[in-house]
Design a protein around this ligand. Structure first.
Ligand SMILES: [Fe+2]
Length: 490
């Protein structure tokens, strides 16, 4: 485990019980406390409704004056509806922006919080807009020889009679492709002009049975990063993202990974992520990625100040503590290499990594994960900052039509992700497999996990117990309805 370096923001000592939480007086009507909202849009909604020109393109400086006081006076009935706050509507956001402009009477200078740069180096390959990217930068086609090598490794692994947890670079040998994958993985960190993500294309999932597909996926992924995280309290290391339908659990209680609803921009509690597409949706379901450093460069200093404060209450959905207070935005100092040479990664000056880490679900609640009563509600200032991050990410995102057999890898420290809503049909049902991964050396180089985030990250990567590898989707009602940490991420 990489050592956790201190963040310049004050550590959150608060680890309240729900009893203590109940004594808190929210500053605005609690968002999403009513629960049981059945108004799930089963079709394409928020992401598709995004006006890609709507995000505020406001480059900031340390001294630029900002209006912050006007935001506190906003009245927005949408704040009370988790269906609208979890997956925000661009029309509501734009209307609020208009209100703010009209209410803007006093401009208050908001300095950047300590340790945060005015800009992240725009020349960094990890600072991009979707329209800047060209396919060859992120798409890698597997050759016939690569497939042959993967299938040889599969047969070798099966001859060892090991469980999936036994897949490693040793037991799944890829003598030619492996080193290429290790090199390719460095692009996730901006090396060799990498964009923080890549797609491996060329596998045919129909050629293999479900177990072999999982072994191949895990085997190839070993060469991207060797550590795998558990994604829920049952130590499942593999999550099946597929709409299990109302026969397993009704639409109003089935968690997002097991439904077809769109998911707003967020990060997971992992260092790296992988998605293997067994089958795409009949319609929709594109994967959306956005550079969080590009988003950062568009944020006003007042939003950075809001996002960096350690006063965001993350719902843990029944786990202990009942909620955690932490920032969404972190400035993590990076040490120089041990030989004294400057770090080659294009961080900021001074050498600091900005980390944007959050998911809306624990902050706003969602239609199927109503916010636990008594937890401090978000302020209007916080919701405005949260929505600004979302719509700025949408404006600069790339939408990827994943094909059957594609494996998409990305750096969760550098990119935000979202998905469109989708529709299956009788012949074609969207089915993706998700992994959470860690390259310990690179995580250490990047300054580790901020201490405010350690609890959920340690649950994923430092937990004890046997790895569990569900080859098929778990269809138990309790499993797909429980508000577990993998359902939208703490
Ligand atoms: Fe996610």
């Amino acid at each position: 485990m990489a050592p956790s370096l201190a963040s310049p923001v004050a550590p959150c000592e608060l680890r309240p019980s729900i009893h203590e939480a109940n004594s808190y007086t929210p500053t605005v009507p609690a968002a999403g406390l009513s629960g049981n909202n059945t108004n799930i849009n089963r079709h394409f909604s928020a992401i598709n409704n995004v006006n890609f020109n709507s995000a505020a393109e406001t480059h900031h400086s340390a001294t630029q004056p900002r209006n912050v006081e006007g935001q506190a006076d906003l009245q927005d009935e949408n704040f009370a509806d988790p269906a609208k706050t979890w997956n925000p509507d661009s029309r509501v956001y734009n209307s609020r922006r208009l209100q703010q402009r009209r209410a803007e009477t006093t401009r208050v200078a908001v300095p950047l919080p300590q340790g945060f740069p005015a800009q992240i180096n725009p020349a960094s390959p990890l600072v991009w807009s979707g329209h800047d990217l060209v396919e060859h930068e992120y798409l890698r086609h597997l050759e016939k020889q690569d497939i042959k090598e993967i299938e040889s490794a599969l047969e070798h692994f099966k001859s060892l009679n090991l469980p999936v947890s036994g897949v490693s670079r040793t037991t799944f040998p890829l003598p030619e492709l492996g080193p290429k994958m290790i090199s390719l993985a460095q692009k996730l960190y901006g090396d060799n002009n990498g964009r923080g993500f890549f797609i491996l294309r060329g596998l045919d999932p129909k050629k293999y049975d479900p177990t072999d597909n999982v072994i191949i996926y895990v085997g190839v992924s070993c060469y991207v990063a060797e550590r795998r995280g558990t994604q829920d309290e049952k130590n499942n290391c593999l999550l099946h993202l597929t709409d299990l339908g109302a026969t397993v659990a009704p639409d109003d209680v089935r968690q997002a990974p097991y439904s077809n609803v769109p998911q707003p921009f967020h990060t997971d509690t992992a260092d790296l992520l992988a998605l293997y597409t067994l089958q795409p949706a009949a319609q929709g379901g594109r994967s959306l990625l956005a550079s969080s450093w590009r988003v950062y460069n568009s944020l006003a200093s007042s939003h950075i100040d809001t996002l960096a404060k350690c006063n965001w209450a993350f719902d843990t959905f029944g786990r202990k503590p009942a909620y955690e207070m932490r920032p969404l935005l972190h400035a993590i100092p990076i040490e120089s290499s041990t030989d004294g040479t400057p770090n080659a990664i294009p961080f900021n000056e001074p050498n600091t990594r900005v980390l944007l880490s959050y998911s809306r679900r624990p902050l706003t609640g969602s239609p199927v994960s109503p916010r636990t009563p008594g937890i401090p509600a978000l302020t209007t200032t916080q919701i405005d900052a949260l929505d600004t991050v979302h719509f700025t990410a949408a404006a600069h995102s790339i939408a990827i039509n994943l094909q059957a057999g594609d494996i998409q890898y990305w750096n969760n420290f550098a990119l935000l992700h979202a998905r469109e809503g989708f529709q299956d049909d009788a012949e074609q049902r969207r089915h993706l497999l998700r992994l959470w991964l860690r390259d310990e050396n690179r995580t250490r180089e990047w300054g580790g996990i901020p201490k405010e985030c350690k609890l959920p990250w340690d649950e994923a990567f430092e937990g004890e117990g046997e790895e569990v590898w569900p080859i098929e989707p778990v269809r138990e009602h309790g499993f797909v309805t429980e508000q577990r940490r993998s359902s939208g991420h703490a």
